[in-house]
Ligand binder design. Structure first.
Ligand code: WT7
Length: 634
């Protein structure tokens, strides 16, 4: 059992039990941290040596053209070779790589490393036969089924760049991402299940493709078995393609340059359209491999479950790549936590003997509402470690998670990171003493600071901008097609330091406490959305002349979207119109973006240069001081 002690700084501290310490891969955090800080390149080189390379690097870290860092320059590698191929020569060949359960719990599919290799090779052969070559972009828009994992790995295997669009996004989001990436091929399913209902993904693809001339082919995986329109010559059923001779047989894993693109993933920034964050084969591979190994202490008999969606970075790094690089068994669940009952996740943990479980605070808060009786119906004794990600976890949720799910003996790894970082950046490892709500300290090789507007470090306990000081292997290599924006967005405010976009505090023990975004990014249930995207969905409705979106605190979601609309002549405010607009945003962007509340206004607070001052709206809505409003127009 762990013991509690109170600290004079930030309330309670939770210490690891002896059994956690005995099992931990990293027993002596301090000396590894010291070693990594004294020799950053040496630390990462040692990690890289644990993986297979077709050809070794010339330089571990090339920082001759900052901030365009390069990792493992000159090396030849393919992440899929390390996720699959290398395991086939070991006992892991027959180990389960992937376990999947359907939303209704009636279907289960399992794949050993041997069989996942077949599935991935088959899909890779098909993608190649569609004319996709190294460097081409492929958009993947699917539900949580094994084929989404195969599709990602199949692209990587042949050197194509995948761009996964979260299956909960709608038309506009999908279209924008296909267009921006100039994808040649789309891989989708007929539909996906969400709380017992079918989401017609293929129909959304059809709509989106009306404006996307780059896409030549669509592969459709059958999941729900409904009739969908298929355009001859363009749309192909996956199961039909699988029966062609071309699909079967070996598919060589392409030797890539370490710095060759692996995937792009769109994420919301402070302004304008979502940005395509670029990650590469070599560095991303070493980063996700190492962080998952050390932070979640993965062993060969573990059953790992990251309950995110493969369509977000969490799913990329820690459902697909990280676990398979470690030769782990990863669990993928099609459904959500509460359908048909709020015990669905706990049932899966019991059924599959999950030992390490990783989810988001919003899910914990949502499940807390249903009470302890639901988890208590299940045997959760297989669990040994828990994780949290996506937004700050409030101490009440932390304690509930620790006590009710972890039965007071599973340390919670609160991992702070971003789409851009690719891997955990501020996180404990299992033996680190925990304080509920803090991600503790930067990962090995990393250092963070909290700065004020002038770039000076603030005192401990004071809030400021969180920056990272050192390069790391899984760092974004830029914004696809927009190098200037990469420099401007992340490296300009404080030259030489990576600007995270978050505010945070550090306490006297050197523990970091994330407060939240300082830009126009809203985190709704852990999902990252941009005010600009919500606003552009709103003004695409005929009634709306101007719109402003802000995030306000929400008990379960963390933040919820509130919008302020100025109507065009001829339209007047009504409850019906408000509802229509909420629905309009959901239809265009996806249900997660549905505004909580629509307020009609005659005027929006703007600067004299015409920029909407969302900060002022936010303060007013919460009855807080409006801060500096000297730039507000008359
Ligand atoms: C933003 C990045 C990469 C994981 C999924 C989110 C917030 C993420 C934490 C955490 C407090 C967190 C930050 C960050 N965030 N993890 N453990 N504690 N805040 O990736 O969608 O790119 O969002 O999520 O605000 O900047 P993302």
């Amino acid at each position: 059992m762990s013991q509690r002690k109170s600290s004079e700084m930030e309330g309670e501290v939770f210490y690891p039990s002896q059994s956690v310490i005995d099992q931990a891969i990293v027993k002596d955090w301090d000396s590894l941290a010291l070693k990594a800080s004294q020799d950053l390149a040496g630390f990462w080189e040692e990690q890289a040596e644990e993986l297979d390379w077709f050809q070794k690097w010339e330089t571990v870290l090339d920082d001759s053209n900052k901030p365009f860092y390069k990792w493992f320059s000159g090396a030849r590698v393919n992440i899929v070779h390390n996720c699959i191929d290398r395991h086939l020569k070991t006992f892991r060949k027959n180990k389960l790589a992937l376990i999947w359960e359907s939303e209704d719990g009636k279907l289960e599919r399992t794949f050993s490393y041997f069989s996942i290799n077949r599935e991935v090779s088959r899909m890779a052969n098909i993608i190649k036969a569609m004319g996709v070559v190294k460097g081409d972009r492929v958009t993947i828009y699917m539900g949580r089924i094994p084929e989404i994992v195969f599709a990602m790995l199949a692209c990587a295997k042949i050197g194509a760049i995948h761009s996964v669009v979260f299956g909960g996004f709608s038309m506009d989001a999908l279209q924008g991402r296909i267009e921006d990436s100039q994808s040649k091929l789309i891989i989708t399913c007929d539909g996906s299940y969400q709380n017992g209902k079918v989401v017609e993904l293929k129909r959304i693809v059809d709509e989106a493709m009306k404006g996307c001339p780059s896409a030549e082919n669509v592969i459709v995986v059958r999941r729900v078995g409904q009739d969908v329109p298929m355009e001859a010559g363009r749309d192909h059923w996956y199961h039909d393609l699988c029966s062609l001779p071309i699909a079967n047989g070996k598919c060589p894993t392409e030797a890539m340059d370490s710095e060759d693109p692996l995937f792009i993933l769109y994420t919301s920034g402070s302004t304008g359209k979502p940005k395509a964050i670029l990650h590469t084969h070599g560095g991303y591979m070493v980063g996700t491999y190492t962080t998952l190994k050390y932070v979640f202490d993965l062993k060969d008999d573990d059953r790992w479950w990251c309950a995110a969606d493969p369509g977000w970075i969490t799913g990329h790094s820690y459902i697909v790549y990280g676990p398979m690089l470690n030769g782990a068994t990863t669990f993928l669940f099609e459904g959500g936590p509460t359908y048909p009952y709020p015990n669905r996740w706990w049932q899966c943990i019991e059924r599959y003997g999950i030992s390490v479980f990783y989810t988001a605070p919003t899910a914990i808060r949502g499940l807390m509402r249903f009470g302890e009786a639901w988890p208590n119906k299940h045997d959760l004794s297989s669990l040994r470690l828990l994780g949290s990600v996506g937004e700050p976890i409030n101490p009440e949720a932390w304690r509930w998670y620790y006590r009710v799910i972890g039965k007071d003996h599973c340390p919670i790894m609160d991992t702070w990171w971003q789409t851009e970082t690719g891997m955990f950046m501020i996180t404990p490892t299992p033996t680190v003493p925990l304080k509920p709500g803090s991600g503790t300290r930067p990962f090995f090789g990393q250092e963070a600071e909290i700065l004020n507007d002038e770039g000076e470090q603030v005192a401990d306990g004071e809030e400021g901008y969180l920056v990272l000081l050192n390069p790391w292997p899984a760092m974004l290599r830029g914004i696809y097609g927009d190098p200037d924006r990469y420099v401007k967005q992340y490296w300009s405010k404080y030259p030489g330091k990576y600007m995270t976009g978050d505010s945070a505090k550090r306490d006297k023990d050197g523990y970091f406490w994330i407060i939240g975004r300082v830009d126009d990014v809203i985190k709704v249930s852990g999902h990252r959305l941009g005010t600009a995207e919500v606003e552009s969905a709103l003004v695409s409705h005929e009634a709306v002349a101007e719109a402003a979106a802000i995030g306000l605190p929400h008990e379960i979601k963390g933040q919820a979207i509130h919008v302020f609309c100025l109507l065009r002549k001829g339209f007047s405010p009504s409850a019906e119109l408000a509802e229509t607009l909420r629905q309009h945003v959901a239809t265009h962007m996806g249900p997660i973006a549905r505004p909580e509340e629509v307020t009609f206004v005659d005027k929006l607070p703007k600067t004299r240069s015409g920029k909407i001052m969302r900060r002022v709206l936010k303060a007013r809505a919460q009855g807080l001081p409006e801060g500096d409003i000297s730039t507000l127009e008359e």
